[in-house]
Design a protein around this ligand. Structure first.
Ligand SMILES: *Cc1c(COP(=O)(O)O)cnc(C)c1O
Length: 437
């Protein structure tokens, strides 16, 4: 089981002399004794290292790049503080995520507000907090935001989200930039052109740039190249109409490794393709040098997070299937149920043992669709064993729920042999906090 040294695990991952997985210098057995399971462990060195890699790979090729973390992948105040310390801005898609950005002291001018149906009060909250950019996604929003900015006698800097009609070949539920999508103004239908004209004409809006986001996770490079060319070609006509392209954003969607047989392109390859396409287009089409805004979410936090579970009940149906139940599941990671996502797992307290049988790792939720990994080869498991699932940092904790009224897991940050809680385990009282008798 040497793939702890692979790109699926945090960079600090190791196995100690007791055969136990070590993350950030901490023996997972000790973490489990102290914090219980299910537990999500973030490795700070991996998180900071990946933030730096994004900044370096893009700015070394295109100096004028801003890296903005798409916080819907997972955010809380401690994480926001770390990514902001590494020089990243924040993408938010709700008043709640905006509140975390404000609470963590993130520079509000470096916050981008996305979403296809922002509420009036969310836009007011954004403008009252001097948010940097609102990325407009509908005619309804465009008119509403113009009025809200006008009421405040201010001019809000905005971007328009266009939909370039390009399929990045990801799961249908995570594809966003095609014609049949709720996101963005379609170029094909003429809506994108109308939106740009209306934004230029709106007295209280300053259209500073154009945004698109294709979907996620995108394992191919060429959709970015095609989309940048398509959108830039489309934008040329608007130069004469007053479009001053100061920012250009091809969104996020950068893949990470979940399973060994599907490795993602390196960050450097995404950076090369995107910056090459942008440089080619801007110089051919006379667009000057807009700021490039990239929005990685999954790729920032995914690899840094490892989920730990304890084995409970084991049910063997001879010749059919062996079900191994863990003390987590769809309440802390709904991705397998929602997207058929695949993961790897290791027996974290006996790392030296070789796989001997095929089992299905399921959760404790009352749904037959509540599984974490179907048909994985593992050593013979016993009740009390610790299972570690790598690449669990993105879109698992952020989509966590209290289904069956199970408390959501604790989250710890590990570094140099120390662990600190960044979110305590929920209590039963927490879950009744909003209820009224
Ligand atoms: C979700 C989202 C992202 C981030 O996607 P990842 O796959 O996590 O990188 C970036 N931009 C927008 C507008 C998004 O909605």
């Amino acid at each position: 089981m040497t793939f702890v040294n692979s790109e699926l695990f945090p960079i600090t991952s190791d196995v100690n002399e007791n055969g136990r997985l070590v993350l950030g210098g901490c023996d997972v057995g000790d973490l489990v004794s102290q914090y219980g399971t299910a537990l999500l462990v973030f490795d700070e060195n991996t998180l900071r290292g990946i933030c730096r890699e994004f900044v370096h790979e893009f700015t070394s090729r295109y100096t004028n790049t801003k890296v903005v973390y798409a916080s819907k992948a997972y955010i809380n105040p401690a994480l926001a503080k770390i990514v902001h310390e590494e020089g990243l801005g924040l993408d938010v898609v709700s008043g709640g995520e905006l509140a975390v950005a404000y609470a963590a002291g993130v520079d509000s001018s470096f916050v981008y507000f996305h979403g296809n149906n922002k509420a009036h009060r969310e836009l007011e909250m954004a403008l009252d907090g001097s948010i940097g950019r609102v990325v407009i996604d509908s005619f309804h929003e465009l008119a509403m935001l113009d009025r809200i900015a006008g009421d405040r006698r201010m001019v809000q800097e905005v971007m328009i989200r266009v939909s370039p009609g390009i399929d990045p070949h990801t799961h249908v539920k995570t594809t966003t930039g095609i014609l049949d999508s709720k996101f963005g103004f379609s170029i094909e239908t003429g809506h994108a052109a109308s939106a740009i004209r209306r934004a230029i004409a709106a007295p209280n809006l300053d259209l500073i740039g154009i945004h698109f986001h294709l979907g996620s996770p995108i394992f191919e490079l060429e959709p970015y190249d095609t989309a940048i060319n398509t959108v830039m070609d489309f934008l040329v006509a608007f130069k004469e109409e007053g479009l001053n392209l100061r920012e250009f954003s091809p969104g996020g969607g950068f893949a990470i490794g979940y399973v060994r047989d599907e490795p993602p392109p390196p960050i450097a390859s995404y950076a090369r393709v995107i910056t090459d396409a942008l440089k080619r287009c801007t110089s051919n089409l006379g667009f000057g040098e807009p700021t490039l805004v990239i929005e990685p979410g999954r790729a920032i936090v995914g690899r840094a997070g490892v989920a730990l579970y304890t084995v409970g009940a084991i049910k063997d149906i001879p010749t059919i299937r062996k079900y191994v139940s863990l003390d987590g599941g769809m309440g802390d990671n709904i991705r397998p149920a929602l997207y058929d996502s695949r993961y790897e797992a290791v027996l974290a307290n006996r790392m030296g043992e070789v796989p001997e049988e095929t089992v299905t790792l399921v959760g404790k939720y009352c749904e037959s669709g509540d599984y974490l990994i179907k048909d994985i080869e593992l050593p013979v498991l016993e009740t009390g064993d610790i299972i570690a699932i790598p690449s669990s940092g993105a879109y698992a904790p952020s989509m966590a729920s209290n289904y069956n009224l199970n408390p959501r897991p604790a989250v710890v940050m590990v570094k140099d042999g120390n662990a600190r809680l960044i979110r305590r385990r929920e209590t039963f009282e927490d879950m009744m906090l909003s209820d009224v008798l």
